[in-house]
Design a protein around this ligand. Structure first.
Ligand code: SF4
Length: 271
């Protein structure tokens, strides 16, 4: 019996590193038939879809993977407990399982875009099925933040727009977000902020609150939003045009990786 052909796969999150890796691999290894995929949670920002659409014009089609159930149904299955840093059922159900289904039992090489200058504890898909081998081309080739920036600039795709107010890809309600990013969501996508707020609940019997942020509901947090807006406004360089300020902000968000909370997120969601 002939051995099964090895498949080469590369997951895109809609973030800068996975995008840069796709562009890098396409150029460095044109002979490989890489299958690009994106695990769509149904709770992605429209900026992510726009960016993937632009990327497809360069690298070709990206497979959209979907979970068995949508987030609302999964929430019910999980007893209405919102996912959290400790209970990350969302990643398992909406990202990892669709990925495992996509690769099946085929021998697979999975390329992951962790950079050589990055904390190595974000280790991509690991501890998973034995048929999946994980390769880190940026680490192997010594590519760092600047290389990623150069790859994105040279391709003409640049950064996705959400980096103007957020530092990682992922669901609009992602609990890994910092407070300033929730303010960004409130300002840029007020309808999504409200939608996220509606998922928060109080258990009438016990008084226990289920909120995305620890200790504060999104409704309560609205009153603190001005404090974060003022801090941002203070940081702005008044000599720059607003377009330059947005670009500066996007670069800072995209290339500032000193964010412990986000770093505890997983690569399949946020790279
Ligand atoms: S982006 Fe955040 S909320 Fe969405 S699946 Fe990943 S960890 Fe969960």
């Amino acid at each position: 019996m002939s051995e099964k052909k090895v498949r080469h796969v590369l997951g895109l999150s809609g973030g800068k590193d996975s995008t840069a890796l796709a562009l890098y691999m396409k150029k460095k290894h044109p002979e490989l038939e890489i299958e690009y995929f994106f695990s769509d949670t149904g709770a992605e920002l429209e900026e992510v879809y726009e960016y993937l659409h632009e990327l497809e014009k360069i690298i070709g089609p990206i497979h959209r993977l979907e979970a068995d159930s949508n987030f609302d149904d999964l929430l019910k299955i999980h007893g209405n407990f919102l996912p959290s840093v400790r209970q990350r059922w969302c990643t398992v159900q909406m990202k990892l399982k669709p990925f495992e289904r996509f690769v099946g039992n085929d021998p697979v090489i999975n390329y992951v875009g962790i950079r050589a200058d990055e904390a190595h504890y974000r280790e991509g898909y690991k501890d998973g099925k034995p048929n999946i081998e994980v390769i880190f081309p940026f680490i192997e080739d010594g590519l760092t933040k600047n290389d990623v920036k150069n790859i994105l600039d040279a391709s003409g795709i640049g950064l996705p727009k959400y980096y103007q107010w957020r530092s990682r890809s992922g669901c609009y309600f992602c609990f890994f977000q910092q407070k300033g990013e929730w303010v960004g969501l409130l300002d840029r996508h007020p309808e999504l902020y409200e939608k996220a707020a509606q998922y928060e609940k109080v258990n009438e019997a016990t008084g226990e609150r289920y909120t995305w942020m620890q200790g504060t509901s999104l409704e309560e947090f609205k009153s603190q939003a001005d404090k974060y807006r003022q801090a941002k406004a203070k940081d702005k360089d008044k000599h720059l045009s607003w377009q330059e300020q947005l670009k500066q902000q996007a670069d800072a968000n995209a290339f500032d990786d000193d964010d412990d909370l986000w770093d505890r997120g997983c690569t399949i969601c946020h790279l």
